[in-house]
Design a protein around this ligand. Structure first.
Ligand code: ZN
Ligand code: ZN
Length: 247
C-alpha cells in the first residue's frame, strides 16, 4: 500500500480539492484494507478481486475511499447505501462465512420478487424472449453460502472535538481537521466492527446476466433487478419505485 501522503495526493487530484473528508476517507480505507490484510487492491490481481466496499454516505470521504480501494461504482465493486452515515464496510470476497439468516440486506429491495410466489403465468413465460423470470433467490442457490467476512468502520463523532483540542491554534476548521485527521490514531478516529455481508453472485463485480425486458416500459433490465407484480415482470420504476415523474 502507498503511504498516507501519496494516497492523500491521489485523492486530492481525483476529488478536485483537498479537504478533511478526503483525509478521513483515506485513513478509513487504509484501516479497512489493513484489517483485511489486503495490501494492493488496485494492482495485484489476487487482491483486486478480493474486495467489495459498501459506503453509507455520498460525501467527500466516499471519493477518497474509491481512490484508495480501487472500488468503483462502474465496476460494481462500490456499493452505495444512502444512510447519511460516515461509514464504510470492506468486504473480503476470499473470506466466505456461513449464516443461517434468511436473505435480507443486499436482497432487501428485491423482496417483492422474493416473497411473491411464482404464479403459473410467469413460470410459463420462462424461456420466452423478454419475459423471463429469475428472482435472485432462485438463482443463487443456498442463501447461507453467500456471506462474507467484512470490517465495518465508522467515523467517531468525537473526532471533531479531538481536532479542536489537538490544534486550537488553527482557526480554520477544515485546516484544523485536515492536520488532526493525519495525526490522530485509528482508535481516536474510528469505531470498527467485524461483520458479515450477504453478497449473492449477481452482486459480484464480474457477474454476467441476461437482459430482461420490462413488460410495461420495454426497457432492458440487468442483474435481476426485475420485480414480479401480479404475474408481470416489471422494472423497479414501473413497479412503483419511481424517483422521477414524467413531465
Ligand atoms: Zn471534499
Ligand atoms: Zn418498466
Amino acid at each position: 500500500m502507498l503511504p498516507l501522503d501519496a494516497l492523500i495526493r491521489e485523492a486530492e487530484i481525483a476529488h478536485g480539492h483537498l479537504c478533511a473528508g478526503q483525509i478521513l476517507g483515506v485513513r478509513m480505507a487504509m484501516l479497512g484494507l489493513a484489517k483485511l490484510g489486503i495490501d494492493d487492491p488496485r494492482g495485484n490481481k489476487e487482491d483486486r478481486k478480493r474486495l467489495v466496499t459498501f459506503v453509507e454516505i455520498d460525501r467527500c470521504a466516499t471519493d477518497a475511499i474509491g481512490v484508495v480501494t480501487g472500488c468503483r461504482l462502474g465496476k460494481r465493486a462500490l456499493k452505495f447505501r444512502d444512510w447519511g452515515k460516515m461509514a464504510a464496510t470492506f468486504v473480503d470476497l476470499a473470506a466466505n462465512v456461513k449464516s443461517d439468516r434468511p436473505r435480507v440486506g443486499v436482497a432487501q429491495r428485491f423482496s417483492a420478487a422474493i416473497i411473491d410466489p411464482l404464479p403459473t403465468a410467469a413460470l410459463a413465460a420462462e424461456g420466452q424472449p423478454g419475459a423471463r423470470l429469475k428472482p435472485s433467490v432462485a438463482l443463487s442457490g443456498s442463501a447461507a453460502d453467500h456471506w462474507y467476512k467484512a470490517i465495518r468502520i465508522a467515523a467517531k463523532e468525537s473526532s471533531k472535538q479531538l481536532a479542536r483540542e489537538l490544534h486550537p491554534e488553527i482557526e480554520n476548521k477544515n485546516q484544523q481537521q485536515m492536520l488532526a485527521y493525519r495525526e490522530l490514531s485509528d482508535d481516536d478516529l474510528f469505531i470498527t466492527q467485524w461483520v458479515r455481508v450477504e453478497l449473492p453472485p449477481e452482486e459480484f463485480p464480474g457477474y454476467k446476466s441476461d437482459r430482461i425486458t420490462c413488460a410495461q416500459c420495454g426497457e432492458g433490465i440487468n442483474f435481476h433487478r426485475e420485480v414480479l407484480r401480479d404475474g408481470r415482470i416489471l422494472c423497479c420504476s414501473c413497479a412503483g419505485e419511481k424517483y422521477y415523474e414524467t413531465l
